[in-house]
Design a protein around this ligand. Structure first.
Ligand code: AMP
Ligand code: MG
Length: 444
């Protein structure tokens, strides 16, 4: 078995096995959330497509109201109105105004909009209505304008947001709600995105039973299978659990072969040590190449990584094979450290977006760990009882405490944790008050 491999070296080897993201496919706007653009998208329209009003008010010529003040308003005749969704054919000539709704196209001749609040409506008989009367009431015959303005005031210029033919978002951008909004605003109905990684999850162990099944004298529930499917889904992949393999080579190999034929990435949990029942490494070796690593992380060693050739009818990088340790907390940590970045690269994320953003935390209590391995402690943030917000110290560090027992089978601490606190290889522990890196985990 190899020497302890640093986390960075191990992760670099994983990423080096992914020369390119998955191939592109065209999707409709409504299916694009969470995907990563495989090509730049260009605006199919100017936005706004035409000059329009930023206010409910009156489209006017700024020159006509040059001298208007509160006590000496200027009188304009109201020649009609422009509603959102209609374009006016009436031009605003000297002395005229057109009532206009927010977002309606500017009529020809007008160069500014005066807000309805700065006007007083006059009926045909000359009687004055309420100052700033709502813009939807009966159309007045004339208005008094109480303030001077400038050309362009309250006008949203054509193409001031997006320009026809220009790039709206570049290749490599992940699509969240704001990205989806601007793509829709650019009138783009379909776009090229990278395929979503397809993951096959396989649990191994004679002791494993599906949740809800009788456990008998020596059975335990399979938690890694459902957990890995969920972790993959949260990372934007499409995962399914292909089953539980007993601790024998043939059935493990059979499930692995069918998984490799169909998936971009295969995750097997359990059976990666070097005991007589640890058959995963042998199975990987029969479908591709494999390395067994003792990564210098806690929890998490040992760990198997390999690749298998992808069928010729399926273009893309080789199928990635991950053999994670069986202990449930080791599964979470090794997924975070190695598998999630690989899934993000397959999905088209750029190198600067593969890892979680790191926050700073301060330990509320002393912690211990193995020297020579980087520890990922399950910690909970202290929270403000009124707002639920994490509490930070004067230096801005999140105050964290251990979320429970730190052994690698203890899922209760993981379920109570907000994140992972990272303690370096060089120390056997840290005192209360020590600063650590914090990786926030996805919470529902
Ligand atoms: P292994 O890596 O196969 O030696 O397993 C290490 C520990 O993890 C053992 O206590 C296993 O019972 C447990 N384990 C392995 N796979 C699972 C699983 N899918 N769900 C829950 N515990 C598991
Ligand atoms: Mg096992």
């Amino acid at each position: 078995m190899n020497e302890l491999l640093s986390l960075e070296d191990a992760r670099a080897q994983v990423l080096a096995a992914i020369p390119a993201a998955l191939p592109a496919e065209m999707v409709a706007l409504s299916d694009s959330l969470g995907r990563v653009l495989a090509a730049d998208v260009a605006a199919a329209t100017d936005l706004p497509p035409w000059d329009n009003s930023a206010m409910d008010g009156y489209a006017i010529r700024a020159r006509d109201v040059a001298g208007a003040t509160e006590v000496a308003p200027v009188l304009l005749r109201v020649a009609g109105e422009v509603a959102a969704g209609s374009a006016s054919e009436t031009a605003v000539i000297p002395g005229l105004a057109l009532r206009i709704a927010t977002g309606a196209p500017m009529p020809p001749g007008a160069d500014a909009v005066v807000a309805v609040e700065q006007t007083t409506p006059l009926a045909a008989d000359g009687s004055a209505g309420e100052r700033g009367r709502e813009a939807t009431g009966p159309l007045p015959a004339r208005i008094r304008v109480h303030e001077a303005t400038m050309p362009g005031r309250n006008v949203r210029r054509r193409a001031s947001d997006l320009q026809l033919g220009r790039t709206v978002l570049g290749a490599g951008r992940a699509i969240g709600p704001a990205e989806l909004a601007i793509i829709a605003a650019g009138s783009i109905a379909r776009m090229a995105v990278h395929a979503r990684p397809r993951v096959a999850v396989l649990s191994t162990g004679d002791e494993l039973r599906g949740a809800g099944s009788a456990l008998g004298a020596a059975g335990i529930p399979d938690s890694n299978g459902p957990a890995l499917v969920a972790l993959c889904a949260a990372a934007g992949a499409e995962a399914h659990h292909v089953g539980i393999a007993p601790d024998r080579l043939e059935p493990t190999l059979e499930l692995l072969r069918s998984a490799v034929g169909d998936a971009d990435l295969v995750i097997v949990s359990g059976g990666v040590s070097v005991g007589p029942y640890d058959v995963v490494r042998g199975a990987f070796a029969q479908v591709g190449t494999v390395d067994l690593w003792r990564a210098a992380i806690q929890p998490g060693k040992p760990f198997a990584f390999g690749t298998a050739p992808r069928g010729e009818h399926r273009p893309g990088p080789p199928v990635l094979l991950f053999g994670l340790p069986g202990n449930p907390v080791s599964v979470f940590v090794t997924f975070e450290v190695f598998v999630r970045p690989a899934l993000r690269r397959l999905a088209g994320r750029t190198s600067d977006a593969l890892l979680r953003p790191v926050d700073a935390a301060v330990l509320e209590e002393a912690v211990t760990k193995s020297i020579g391995r980087r520890a990922f402690l399950r910690v909970a943030a202290l929270r403000d009882p009124a707002t639920g917000a994490p509490v930070r110290d004067a230096a801005g560090r999140v105050r964290v405490a251990l979320a429970g027992g730190q052994e690698s089978h203890q899922l209760s601490a993981l379920a109570a944790a907000d994140g992972l606190a990272v303690v370096p290889e060089s120390v056997a522990g840290l005192p209360a008050g020590a600063g650590v890196e914090l990786w926030w985990l996805d919470r529902p």
